[in-house]
Design a protein around this ligand. Sequence first.
Ligand code: SDX
Length: 430
Amino acid sequence: MKPTKVTLTFDDGSAPIDLPIVSGNLGASVIDIRQLGKHGIFTYDPGFLSTASCSSEITYIDGDEGLLYYRGYPIQQLAEHCDFLEVSYLLMHGELPNQAQKETFVGTINRHTMLHDQLNNIFRGFRRDAHPMAVMVGVVGSMSAFYNDSMDVRDPKVREVAAYRLLAKVPTVAAWSYKYNLGQPFMYPQKRYNFAENFMHMMFATPTEDYEPNPVLAKAFDRILILHADHEQNASTSTVRLAGSSGANPFACVAAGIASLWGPAHGGANEATLKMLEEIGDVSRIGEYIKRAKDKTDSFRLMGFGHRVYRNMDPRAAIMRETCHQVLDEMGLNDDPMFKLALKLEQIALEDEYFVSKQLYPNVDFYSGIVMRAMGIPNSMFTAIFALARTAGWVAQWNEMLSDPEARIGRPRQLYTGAPRREFVSLDKR
Ligand code: SDX
């Protein structure tokens, strides 16, 4: 039997406070502290290590067991049997689509992949060497100025169209951010391709020669998108929810999510992991970097390792490692030194007391960079691809929040440690 309430008692004789304990369908129960404020006391939890910011039906993670479910389906089954748009539909609507629903959904997404033609000008405001994530934050945010019929976030139909627009257009923005970097012309979306093939075509095709996406690589790419689609209330999803709680338009909210994902502690870790592997360079230097990762005086961390929730192997990392084998095999890169280095680094770290005792395992970012690099995708695009995949989760979570009748503007409290009240001192007396 699970507890249904907890009583706070105070050592200064203040009246005890009874708080309800609420249980979900899976995972830890929560203490409902919403009434605590009226007793003149708050909770303190920087980084939300022990705080649930919302209730959600979308994704479930069991960090101890290394489980990840989207709407109850294990990620392994979805990665094996679905494509990214099916999973996006599942995240948004709560059920896997039947054949008719899937055809309608894919057709709708295909109709929204183009950008308003004036958006081309926004790209040209950036330096050619701008990081693709900087361009994506800017261009996605500027979509607020082009799709004025997606602003009334209280209307469920408006939210659905905005969600579909973002899911369909963010890949175009990402691919064009890359083309702009290269100084190559933008390649327009093609309806004859599926979602993954279309992105690869926009990334790698040029007007001067035929290009057909490699179906093995396209399938692997599609699986990478599925693995990155959603992940409970991670930093970028929480950013989207908090921005959306003020009623901000969906494009501004997703632009905020892209900005948060860019951080090396979050979605930027895939790019940082590959840079780390390139810096290590050789198996003989792994020990030096393991030592640095354990040295508290050294800011170096083993990128692609550790996770706020997983205290076991990130299930996505295991699938990504398998995908890595497939892609390297297809590309004839089985002897890829980076992959061999990553496998050895993983093996050494998982045998090291420091990593074992702190339950630090490879996360989704450890292998994703190697796979994407083998596909010819540059480091700078890794997080942009993470962002286009996570757009499915961001819009699903954003919509879930706004569909909740209890939805309110997010406004955390604080523990004030600043100066007590004091009187103003004029300039001549300071
Ligand atoms: C993603 O939240 C999500 O779900 C995110 C994500 C998603 O899909 O949205 O899964 C995607 O962001 C994956 C994580 C990608 N980041 C990295 O790979 C960067 C490297 N990892 C770390 O920076 C770190 O592990 C975090 C940020 C992922 C988690 O940090 P926490 O939960 O705040 O853990 P912590 O910093 O408190 O670390 C606990 C201990 C510390 O040591 P002590 O102070 O207890 O002695 O573990 C150590 C840390 O120093 N530690 C590491 C380490 N990660 C944690 N030591 C060396 N190398 C590391 N990678």
